[in-house]
Design a protein around this ligand. Structure first.
Ligand SMILES: [Fe+2]
Ligand SMILES: [Fe+2]
Length: 168
């Protein structure tokens, strides 16, 4: 059965294989050669900056306010917004590690940091997606008129486009 929030489920489905790559990159730390590790870390960081963070920004601007208004409680989405902040902070930390290993092999401490950040992001984002899909989307499917949902996804598309244009 198609539901009004199907576009968001589809978007998550497209992002999920890249979430799995965060775990693969973490597995490679201390195991794969330096060139392979650098490429995996770069791909993971690029994905986060260019796709995942803009996705989260579009949710912050458009989806979460809709969820909050449907629930009649502006505080309802705060715990999820806190997840987004943590994703942003870990993404920045990964960017710093990416720069550090660009010119030299990682130290033991940098290897530990890479594993912590990559596995941390993997677990955080995975459970965050599940919470959106299993908790928020059924609420919208039940209570949001299709025309409002269509407008919401159009606005999310614009917000994500803006965020991608400013991604660096
Ligand atoms: Fe989110
Ligand atoms: Fe999401």
């Amino acid at each position: 059965m198609s539901t009004v929030t199907q576009p968001l489920r589809d978007e998550h489905k497209e992002l999920l294989p890249h979430i799995e790559e965060l775990r693969t990159a973490a597995d490679q730390v201390g195991d794969a050669g330096l060139d392979v590790l650098r490429a995996s870390v770069a791909a993971a960081h690029d994905f986060l900056v260019q796709h995942l963070v803009p996705h989260a920004e579009a949710e912050e601007k458009v989806l979460y306010p809709v969820v909050a208004s449907v629930l009649g409680a502006p505080e309802a989405t705060r715990t999820m917004s806190r997840d987004h902040l943590e994703v942003g902070a870990l993404t920045q930390e990964l960017g710093a590690l990416r720069r550090q290993i660009a010119t030299a092999a990682p130290t033991a401490a940098q290897e530990r940091d890479l594993r912590r950040v990559l596995y941390g992001l993997y677990a955080l984002v995975k459970v965050h997606f599940v919470k959106e899909e299993e908790v928020y989307l059924p609420i919208l499917d039940e209570r949001l008129p299709a025309s409002d949902a269509a407008k919401m996804f159009e606005a999310m598309g614009h917000a994500a486009g803006d965020a991608k244009a400013h991604a660096h």
